[in-house]
Design a protein around this ligand. Structure first.
Ligand code: FAD
Length: 482
């Protein structure tokens, strides 16, 4: 009988898993049916672009970083390089709202010393980073503990806290450094500190040392935090989703909510609410590529302990307020990526992205597009307000932070109730328990941003690895991917 694989969820994780499964199946000359069940009426999950009045407005992500190869490799496999769009050079300029005004984030060591973003004692404390004490043995340090230990309290509050809010919409006191920013922990343990790591990596790169190249011959990731050029597509991130979904044709079923799974006669049976009828789907392998809270509900009856563990992975809400303006009405040029707001400033937004400056073409000629991030772990209630209140708040905060008082020509809110999973201290241990429980269910796999990385690159990498596991399971070592 032809094997059947069911994927639950058509966000980037589900769609990329389907792509790698198809590739692996054809490489191994294996026949298997593939079905993706997606509860929404469109694929993409949080990766969606709304096209309206000449604006290209991102629901969630506005791109991926080119310092990791995973998404770029996928784009190349799909033959879509011509559609890639690199962020403009000016997008390297980033701002932080500190002591009541926007200040430029320094890009080089010299500009850091000259910058007034941190006070002089704060800057000197950062320079003392090479003499910071080593990490406490065996402890899963929080992002805040790590940053305060290595860089000092001021750099933690003015730089690291807003960066954590910018990436995870998260609270650095709660999030685990090792789970959220594993590369930073790796650099500390390998080089003994961040400044030493920066200098050594630069030296290795200049000398063309083998250690700057990974085992696959590709250049290793050189930056510690979110770095590399932000990259998207000519018509927004949805271009990638459309390409992946287009390859699946009848294998992608929309408006199909998977409610539960059970084991019957050696196969998986999925209970699916499909528009107005309930149906059953059977499969030999199931990949739950939906958020952890949805996976928890789906496995609730099959394995309550696993459901409990999955249900404990926290998520935070984020509302995205998208505001379009006549460029002539802006008081200051949108000359960069946008800005972040540290929690110590007591403002009501996490920051704002100047999307039309990052990717020209996101707004029609003579117009500009700004997206304001509201809520997160810092102020979850603000993201749960009515749309008109979120818009009013966003406009008030733009007036206060960047003097933008103009009347918008476009205003939209995208509310994500459970926007971004959080990896708190202890996340790695929880993953160990989850892994142990999942292994007891032959043919059941988990793959989404809830576990090992929220960036699009991480989702694509994890999807490739998940597809490899499924194929190994189904057909043994002969089905290994190239
Ligand atoms: C506001 C915001 C900005 C972001 N910015 C960036 C950025 O600039 N760069 C970056 O790299 N990352 C960014 N991210 C993170 C990134 O977008 C996500 O980590 C990634 O898109 C998650 O993909 P996923 O497929 O794992 O999950 P999702 O996108 O959540 O997809 C899961 C899918 O499962 C479906 N589903 C749920 N339950 C069921 C069910 N019972 N049955 C069937 N289907 C179900 C959902 O409808 C959904 O389509 C951002 C996220 C947000 C929210």
């Amino acid at each position: 009988m032809t094997k059947r694989i069911a994927i639950v969820g058509a966000g980037i994780s589900g769609l990329a898993t389907a792509h790698y499964l198809r590739r692996g199946l054809s490489a191994a000359a294996l026949g298997a049916d593939l079905v993706i069940l997606e509860s929404d009426r469109v694929p993409g999950g949080t990766m969606r672009t709304v096209r309206e009045d000449g604006f290209f407005i991102e629901w969630g992500p506005n791109g991926f970083l080119a310092n990791k190869p995973h998404t770029l490799d996928l784009v190349r496999e799909l033959g879509m390089e011509a559609r890639l769009q690199r962020s403009s050079d000016s997008a390297r300029r980033r701002y932080v709202f500190v002591r009541g005004r926007l200040r430029r984030m320094p890009e080089t060591p010299f500009s850091f010393l000259a910058s007034d973003l941190l006070t002089l004692p704060g800057r000197l404390r950062v320079l003392a980073e090479p003499f910071a004490p080593p990490p406490p043995a065996g402890k899963d340090e929080s992002v805040a503990e790590f940053a305060s230990r290595r860089l000092g309290a001021e750099a933690m509050e003015k730089l690291i806290e807003p960066m954590t809010a910018g990436v995870f919409a998260g609270d650095p006191d709660k999030l685990s450094l090792g789970s959220c920013f594993p590369r930073i922990r790796e650099l500390e343990s390998r080089y003994g500190g961040l400044i030493k790591a920066m200098l050594s990596l630069r030296w290795e790169r200049r000398m063309g040392r083998a250690s700057a190249v990974g085992p696959d011959g590709r250049p290793k990731e050189m930056s510690a935090g979110p770095g590399g050029a932000l990259t998207s597509f000519d018509n927004g991130v949805a271009v990638l989703i459309e390409a992946l979904a287009g390859k699946l044709s009848s294998g992608l079923r929309l408006n199909a909510v998977v409610e539960s799974i059970a084991r019957r006669d050696g196969r998986w049976v999925l209970s699916v609410q499909d528009r107005d009828r309930r149906a059953e789907e059977s499969a030999d392998a199931v990949v739950l590529a939906c958020p952890a809270h949805a996976a928890s509900r789906i496995v609730g009856r099959l394995d309550p302990a696993l459901a409990d563990e999955l249900g404990l992975i926290p998520y935070v809400p984020v509302a995205v307020a998208a505001l379009g303006y006549d460029a002539a009405s802006l008081r200051r040029p949108l000359d960069g990526f946008g800005f972040l707001v540290p929690r110590t400033e007591g403002r009501r937004i996490l920051g704002a992205l100047w999307d039309s400056s990052v990717f020209p073409g996101r707004a029609p000629q003579g117009r500009a597009l700004v997206r304001v991030m509201v809520g997160g772990a810092r102020q979850p209630a603000l993201a749960r307000q009515r749309e008109e209140n979120i818009l009013a708040l966003a406009r008030e905060e733009l007036a206060l932070t960047m003097g933008l008082r103009a009347e918008p020509v476009l205003a939209k809110v995208f509310a994500h109730e459970r926007a971004i999973p959080q990896y708190p201290v202890g996340h790695a241990e929880a993953l160990g328990r989850i892994d142990g429980l999942v292994r007891a269910h032959q043919g059941l796999h988990l793959n989404s941003n809830a576990y090992l990385g929220i960036g699009l690159n991480d989702c694509v990498l994890r999807s490739r690895l998940a597809a490899e596991r499924v194929l190994r399971d189904l057909a043994g070592p002969a089905a290994m991917l190239q």
